[in-house]
Design a binder for this molecule. Sequence first.
Ligand code: ADP
Ligand code: ZN
Length: 758
Amino acid sequence: MIARVSLEIALRKEFDYSIPAALAGQVDVGSRVQVPFGPRKILGVVTAVAEESGQANLKPIIKVIGAQTLVTAKVLKLARWIGEYYCCAPETALKSVLPEAVRKEDASWRERLFVRVLPAGGEFPKLPKRQQDVWNLVEERREILLSELVELAATTAATVRKLEDRGLITITSEISERDPYARETILATQPIIVNPAQAAALEKIKAAMKRGENGGLMIEDGKTKPSSMLHPLSSTFLLHGVTGSGKTEIYLQAIAHALEQGKGAIVLVPEISLTPQTVERFKARFSSGKLQTLVAVLHSHLSAGERHDEWHKIRQGRARIVIGARSAIFAPVEPLGLIIVDEEHEHTYKQEEAPRYHARDVAIMRGQMENAVVVLGSATPSMESFYNCKKGKFTLLELPERVDNQKMPYVRVVDMRQAMRDGKGPPLFSPQLKEAITQRLERGEQTILFLNRRGYSTSLLCPKCGYVANCPNCSVSLTYHRTEQKLSCHICGHNEKVPAVCPEPKCKNPAIRFAGTGTQKVEEVLAKLFPKARVKRMDADTMKRKDDYRHVLGDFRAGKIDILVGTQMIAKGLHFPNVTLVGIIYADSALHQPDFRAGERTFQLLTQVAGRAGRGDVEGEVFVQAFTPFHPAIQYARRHDFVGFYEQEIEFREQLKYPPASRVALLTLKGRNEEKVKFSADHLKRELEKQLKSLKDLIIAGPAPAPLLRAENYYRYQIMLRTRAMSALSRELAQIIQSLPLPEDVSLAVDIDPVSLS
Ligand code: ADP
Ligand code: ZN
């Protein structure tokens, strides 16, 4: 027998190896193996097993990693699709489906020493005092970790070994699974009685799961047909409901239904929402009862060992439910009945390095391949998903109200042009917002203030000669961080000292100015305006350690903080009943970026942030400060009107053929020499025009300098392709790119369905 192996070093080629007799029966499609490659030993994945090979003199596989195949046949198929659709080497796609800790062989099960009582035989010996103390403990516990025993009895391993010598106990080395949530106490919960809107949604999801049950066969008119012949995507749902409308309860009950059918589920949430509270809700529901199962968690804060253990619990079928960030979509759940993508509009589902996949879209593809139902949930769905509902590809499920009939917060838009002070520019806080904060402080209620820029000032400039402090490596200005007394670049991390006078040799003006506002300044101004208020700032600068986030939120919940100031870190998922006021300092900041999604992003952000207010008994109030108060993104957010926003936005997308009316492939060329990059981009454009003639609706725009022309010392030029037939374009692109001669110091990145154009 021979095995075809895809090696980890990207070669866009597979190689045949013989399966030595010693490994017979252990090698299958999906096995991770180590093979010789020239003088090296390389890891790879078996993609096929056959009787013979076209090649002679095959080298044998050296060894197999793991007791089971690590990449299941289904996940392998999914990886192949990713390679093709996202235009990357199959090896690159394959690499991303296994966590590093599983792919490499270094992390493995942790073995620990267990001490156990042996059945007593004969007369119990008289023990020295210290051994007797240890014995008492072991006898009481029957089974205990050696390390724990040594600590509890304040003794040494040698003393314990003496008891073993006497035949009283055994010490054995066994696998001890790591549990990243061992410290959380989890109380079991029961399903809630759902309201009519929830019931209607659940009904439809369950019906679709039933259709998927008999191997994708759907019974209609008494005849069975493959479900793909009927409604290819009708088992994809978009669950549109504001926060607090009971979406998570629907997820939980749909998962229960999958378990009843003997199937498992994958739940994707954005990394930032993977708080212990979220995880706990899922663990609690399935911690007991007849549907009891382990809930595995996969995210980036786990140690390699924890990730190894969580993953293998899934592979062994002991954990039927997986909750995790983006890459959890590749979890080897089998059979898979349900995939949930919460906050489906989140851009963090897109991986920003090859393979540049979008986990939501991979979820939909995986659902189709494995006959699993897919539920996308959001309070502010992406234009793409809502469009798919309109086109009949997805089924729309709506939860129009909050479960507890709480009102949506009242949103006031403050026209900052009217708050301008003569010659001094706009104040940070409008009189209205200042007054509202004062009231909250008096009533002992809490406030959240949102500004999506960290640092103190966003730029340093000289009013006399026009000098601006720019990053030497990137085409952006440096941000002033006052507490650290430095200027820093938010793209590449470059830092420098703050000059005391204008650095222009001919100018040397001491009156240099800081312009633009960041969260540090908000914090400072608050301290001046409200000296007694307890203010805390939450952004990437203050949240450096793993536990910072949890601490601050804990303090906020406990009422030890009056005003929380933060960046988008505070925009999501937080639920604090005592927050009755939310202030958005500068709502237009994301509106004027050169990206066709600027409006959509602003609408989502405003809606999400506004949703933080009024989660308790008191109605919430939101102040949106804006310089373009009548912009549709702001006005529709004010009215909590997603559909209204969608209707006007889709018109513009359709007119200009932007997604979801088409699909985009963004090609970015980068290199240190701007002329060379530009030249290569022009050349690529000509090749594309020549070779893509057959794609009728294709629009080729550019090359143009990227919105961020220079980043980390690389110049970047872009070509944007738009078409409805993306799969066809991907195929063609793969060919063109492989035969494209590029100068050595110019590289090309292909991003299919990009979420960011910078
Ligand atoms: P979402 O995920 O949309 O934010 P959740 O499912 O978290 O909403 O529901 C918000 C709160 O309401 C939770 O505490 C949940 O337990 C509770 N809840 C959900 N459905 C119901 C219901 N039908 N009746 C009463 N409480 C409910
Ligand atoms: Zn920089």
